[in-house]
Design a protein around this ligand. Structure first.
Ligand code: DQA
Length: 147
């Protein structure tokens, strides 16, 4: 069994209501349910957590060192600002995939930089809620290569 921490950053609790033209109409619960369904086909177990607080996200990453094989993270706006989150990912040394609903590279200039990307396995952006599914697939393939 593979164990994955799914971490959702600030404001993602508002998905479904928050700027749906950018982020879509799916709620966080919808996304988590789709991830759990995918995980079930790959003998993976997920623990999902959302927080609007940087320190809570960092604590979750630290805790994951004790039980997780990898991390799937949408860091929200902390992507562009948080050296502390980047350091936590680097310190945890767990393969981490960064996902974004929107294509951050096609939006405002401040969103073009991810401070986390250099310490992540890879980044998937711009596919709406499917970014999460693609990210989980990539992470599970990395952990247990199919071929
Ligand atoms: C986001 C992109 C970020 O720039 C933004 O601050 C978010 C959501 C995304 O999933 O597209 O909160 O991470």
């Amino acid at each position: 069994m593979t164990h994955i921490l799914v971490l959702h950053g600030p404001n993602l609790n508002l998905l479904g209501e928050r700027q749906p033209e950018i982020y879509g109409y799916q709620t966080l619960a919808d996304i988590d349910a789709a991830l759990v369904a995918l995980a079930a086909t790959r003998q993976a177990h997920l623990r999902s957590q959302q927080s609007n607080h940087e320190g809570v996200l960092i604590d979750a990453i630290h805790d994951a060192r004790a039980w997780a094989n990898g991390i799937l993270v949408n860091p929200g706006a902390y992507t562009h600002t948080s050296y502390a989150l980047r350091d936590a990912i680097a310190a945890a040394s767990l393969p981490t995939v960064e996902v974004h609903l929107s294509n951050i590279h096609a939006r405002e200039p401040f969103r073009h930089t991810s401070l986390l990307a250099p310490v992540c396995l890879g980044q998937i952006v711009g596919f709406g809620w499917r970014s999460y599914l693609l990210g989980l697939q990539a992470l599970l393939d990395h952990l247990s290569p199919i071929a």
